[in-house]
Design a protein around this ligand. Sequence first.
Ligand code: BDR
Ligand code: CA
Length: 315
Amino acid sequence: MTHHRRKIIIDTDPGQDDAVAILLALASPEDVEVLGITAVAGNVPLPLTERNARIICELADKPDTLVFAGCDRPLQRALVTAEHVHGKTGLDGPQLADPVMPLQAQHGVDFIIETLRREAAHTVTLCPLGPLTNIATAMQRAPDITARIQQIILMGGAYFEVGNITPAAEFNIYVDPQAAEIVFKSGVPLVVMPLDVTHQVLTNRKRIEAFRALGTEPGRMVAEWTDFFERFDMQKYGSEGAPLHDPCVIAYLIRPELFQGRHINVEIEATSELTMGMTVADWWGVSNRPANALFIGSVDADGFFAVLTERIGRL
Ligand code: BDR
Ligand code: CA
């Protein structure tokens, strides 16, 4: 199967799994051209997520990557963070040096707007790996860009797995449900990687040791990050290992045939506190609401880890 190299903007709140996703993208120049990385407040506050994004680019030996700081809080709600999963820095696990490469002066939202206006229509794909604040803000501030976006491939939401931050909601959507609502109503073609699929790509001893066995610095970091990240999820779910949520977004660009889903209607709960941030996904087609997303439900996990390990090994 041939596919064209896609121009992407990665919007992210690193986060160990965001870090693995960014490494996967930077290691895959034949599949994706990373126009820039926009940081958002999410797993940890913005000063840490933009810093972590730069640490990751340096680890990939790609210090020329453009990294921007975006929004430091959700559109309407107070920021909720996830240090209980990712540690105080967001990248807890290995020792990491301070980044040397610069943060771009431009605001991340302005970069998104400017890039979509500059590049030909339908040639830029957005890859959100955190709360959707930057993307929604760009759409609100510059409505003309919405129709120019090729596709949005995002990690967020859940149907069968329901919630991870509340009983009803997945973290990225819960943190900024108003932003999510704007994105899901935007009319842009969406591909959604919910917990239903990310909970199928679990690390285990063998998979983590395969990263370590690469014998490279990035391989060792991925092993140490996933080791750290794993503890929390193993305790919580009693599962074998930790889900590599965000790398699913980039893996989809590289090997879409590994994933299977349904074109369905997905609405965001943005009113009720009890179920705030829930993705109401019409998996069974019981409403007459039009499809607005390709909602992914399954993945070939061995295929996923094979690509991921091979690509990380290039760095
Ligand atoms: C999502 O929340 C974050 O903690 C992870 O980085 C991922 O993007 C999973 O719910
Ligand atoms: Ca994330």
